[in-house]
Design a binder for this molecule. Structure first.
Ligand code: UTP
Length: 481
């Protein structure tokens, strides 16, 4: 690092002056009260920050009209082109071909999994990493276990080891490692952990916040942080050495995800896509989910917070929502593409989120708050499509792939996720000819569970079920493995 050999006082004087020039002198408010070791720690944190860039981020927040960020209000939007679910016989044949191509790539060992687990789960209000949350209806498996078992199932099915990369952040890295140690990595051999980058949080006036008298409040830099972190952690090199060119990416919070999805992989390869997105139909205008839209012939990604009410409500002549193509948070990345953009400072749009962030008052005491008290800067992965020369949006069925846990209660909570899992398991069993009572939403009156080690989607379930000489009786607490 620059100037590391110079006396501490010189380095400090220069850095403090620079912070004052940028209007960020408050970072050193407690300097006079700190020990030598604390001063060194704070100085090292401060020297890492790119102040011109942070000032630009703050300017974009304070003066949004001149903003070029991803949160800018969107104009003249329409639905983007995407590959829809098969409706006709010929479309089914095309999907079948893609499935076979995807399976061939899996059998050739070309696919690895990346799970984003660096988020802070502030809406869930948990201290432990989100992946440790117990989510399945009967066995109460954690999110991490569900994903791990889906990978184990695919390893057996395709006869190849599948490497699993997990992105954590400073806040949850140790706790995540500890959880995997405690559970003996759920029987998996090839797990790689790496940490994403951090950015400072600021208050609503744009002032960098302190987490303690000698620590700046640093926050994970968003899902887009996965790209540079994949390169800087050496993960891309590992992938290249393994002969993997397809990264199947999922978010830790969604136990319905097809971690390994042959249809998706097949289409991704056929279209020579650099980045592919699984999309779903938005279920109602105000659903809090990012959408893809077309503007001036280009496909763009927009966070739901950036859309105005009239855009949310706009309809096509058919009555369908105009902005109905929602992001399911499930992607495929081409390794070379990651390598190219992860190496340098690529220019992704910036998203600014109001969040609860740890900070202290003027006396240095921690402030406890129930509502957002600061701004977090994030880059988000879907914005990568603006950098890709070829990309793909592939439709999926929401009820089969998407049930994220975001909130402690209500929408996208553990409760809704339980129900979605129960409906999906029941649907598979009904398709296999079992008789199970349900209400008019497809929900059974009791808890059942199908282990990912038995099957990871409807197709593999029906294949496996057909081979069972004796079908189990399905009742309260049934667990199929
Ligand atoms: P979200 O931004 O929706 O959730 O991330 P969060 O950060 O976990 O929780 P809140 O917003 O504080 O309540 C969606 C997915 O992206 C990952 C999360 O772990 C989750 O799987 N993510 C998000 C990261 O890995 N890093 C980030 O910086 C942000």
């Amino acid at each position: 690092m620059k100037g590391e050999n110079r006396p501490l006082e010189d380095r400090a004087a220069e850095t403090i002056e620079r912070f004052v020039c940028y209007g960020q002198g408050q970072v050193f408010r407690f300097w006079d009260t700190l020990s030598g070791e604390q001063r060194l720690g704070l100085l090292q944190e401060a020297e890492q920050l790119d102040l011109p860039k942070i000032s630009e981020y703050v300017r974009q927040f304070l003066f949004p009209k001149h903003s070029k960020t991803g949160d800018a209000p969107a104009k003249n939007l329409s639905s983007p082109p995407y590959l829809n679910l098969p409706e006709t016989r010929s479309e089914q044949i095309i999907w079948e071909e893609a499935y076979k191509e995807g399976e061939a790539a899996l059998a050739d060992g070309r696919v690895a999994v990346l799970t984003l687990a660096g988020g802070q789960a502030t809406r869930l209000g948990r201290v432990e990493p989100k992946g440790t949350l117990e989510v399945t209806p009967v066995r109460k498996k954690s999110l991490f276990q569900v994903l791990a078992e889906k990978i184990r199932f695919a390893e057996q099915r395709y006869g190849r080891p599948i490497h699993w990369f997990l992105m954590t952040s400073r806040q949850n890295h140790e706790a995540t490692l500890q959880f995997f140690r405690q559970h003996k990595s759920f029987g998996l051999q090839n797990i790689h952990f790496f940490q994403q980058g951090l950015l400072p949080a600021v208050d609503f006036q744009g002032k960098i916040l302190l987490e303690a008298k000698d620590h700046i409040t640093m926050q994970p830099n968003g899902s887009g942080g996965a790209i540079p972190a994949l390169v800087s952690s050496g993960s891309v090199k590992i992938l290249r050495d393994l002969g993997v060119d397809i990264i199947s990416l999922c978010q830790v919070e969604n136990p319905l995800v097809n971690v390994i999805d042959p249809h998706f992989i097949g289409f991704h390869l056929q279209q020579k896509s650099e980045i592919s997105f699984r999309v779903i139909q938005k279920s109602y205008p105000e659903e809090p989910v990012g959408i893809f839209a077309a503007r001036e012939g280009k496909t763009i990604f927009i966070e739901y917070t950036s859309l105005q009410q009239e855009q949310l409500l706009a309809q096509e002549p058919s009555g369908k929502l105009q902005l109905h193509v929602a992001n399911a948070g499930i992607y495929l990345l081409d390794r070379e593409f990651v390598q190219t953009f992860g190496r340098g400072d690529y220019s992704l749009s910036l998203h600014i989120a109001r969040k609860k962030v740890p900070t202290i008052d003027l006396e240095g005491h921690p402030i406890s708050t129930d509502s957002p008290n600061g701004l977090k800067f994030e880059q988000v992965l879907p914005d990568l499509l603006t950098l890709a020369s070829r990309f793909l949006l592939l439709e999926g069925r929401r009820e089969q792939i998407f049930s994220p846990i975001k909130n402690a209660q209500g929408l996208n909570s553990l409760q809704t996720c339980h129900q979605d899992q129960l409906k999906l398991f029941t649907h598979w069993l009904l398709r296999a000819g079992q008789e199970i009572p349900t209400d008019n939403t497809g929900l059974p009156p009791f808890a059942i569970e199908i282990s990912p080690l038995f099957a990871d989607n409807e197709r593999t379930f029906l294949d496996r079920w057909a081979t069972l000489p004796l079908k189990p009786n399905i009742a309260e607490g049934s667990y199929i493995e």
